[in-house]
Design a protein around this ligand. Structure first.
Ligand code: HEM
Ligand code: HEM
Length: 216
């Protein structure tokens, strides 16, 4: 039995941290635009400039990754959209698992558990919404009808609220939850212990040890 197993390759980890940095900048500069009382922080529009620079990074880096790592990217996208019996089982068992530390009833999970699949879906769907609404506010400000621009601001704001809340859940489950502290190692060093992989991602661990896995 191996001591440790690789969860994320270096390019994937670099992508994650660059994108996380860009997202945090977008979130903070967006927050300043969103809360009128913080308007004094946005003097000279520096927040708008940073918002746009971070937006370009947030779009270009994943696209570059997607094109240069299409096999691993496609595998992850496919996995996030493929749901089966073990996902229904996860949804039923998750409250007792995460709140009461009761591991009975939690079916073995793949490389992504169902919670991670949901985060992937949120990132893909709301990421696309951010790009479309943001691009219209940015490039069509002078030509789009006022009502369209108002809708774009509204939808951009909804995406901001949903993804902002879910980011806190992501950070809590990925870093702070007592059962999940090893998850940090998978994005920091790329590896987790075989024990952790077996108990949190049992189905994936089987595939890794049989050598059937495509690296993400
Ligand atoms: C990904 C591409 C994105 C683009 C192209 C984009 C672009 C923009 C633009 C052009 C504005 C209008 C700013 C102005 O008044 O000059 C804006 C506002 C805003 N953005 Fe983004 N953005 C993006 C992503 C994000 C993300 C990821 C978040 C938060 C997590 C975010 C949060 C906000 C908020 C809260 C506002 C203020 C809207 C309001 O006035 O109520 N944006 N964005
Ligand atoms: C800024 C603080 C963040 C921290 C501390 C953080 C931490 C982590 C950790 C530890 C993992 C590995 C979980 C595992 O494999 O068990 C992970 C995975 C992941 N992160 Fe983040 N992350 C952050 C921000 C973000 C942002 C902003 C995004 C998207 C825009 C994101 C997208 C993802 C995705 C898609 C995964 C793979 C699926 C998953 O494990 O949930 N992360 N993150």
């Amino acid at each position: 039995m191996p001591q440790e197993v690789e969860r994320y390759r270096k390019p994937t980890r670099i992508l994650h941290w660059i994108n996380a940095g860009a997202f945090v900048l977008l979130f903070l500069t967006g927050l300043i635009l969103f809360i009128p009382q913080l308007g004094f922080l946005a003097q000279d529009s520096w927040t708008r400039v940073i918002h746009r620079i971070a937006a370009v990074i947030f779009v270009i880096i994943p696209l570059w990754y997607l094109l240069s790592n299409w096999k691993a990217s496609w595998k992850s996208i496919k996995e996030a959209f493929t749901w089966g019996a073990e996902d229904i089982g996860w949804l039923q068992a998750a409250p007792r698992y995460y709140f009461l530390n009761d591991k009975k009833g939690m079916p073995p999970q793949g490389h992504m558990n169902t919670g991670q699949k949901m985060w992937w879906l949120i990132v893909i769907v709301f990421g696309t919404i951010f790009v479309i609404t943001g691009a219209i506010m940015w490039f069509a400000k002078t030509i789009a009808p006022a009502a369209v621009l108002q809708w774009m601001v509204f939808v951009h704001d909804i995406a901001f609220i949903v993804t902002g809340c879910m980011l806190f859940v992501h950070i809590y489950l990925g870093v702070l939850h007592p059962l999940m502290t090893e998850a940090w190692g998978s994005m920091a060093r790329g590896k987790v212990s075989a024990e952790y992989a077996k108990s949190h991602h049992g189905k994936w661990y089987e595939e890794v040890t049989k050598g059937k896995e495509v690296k993400s």
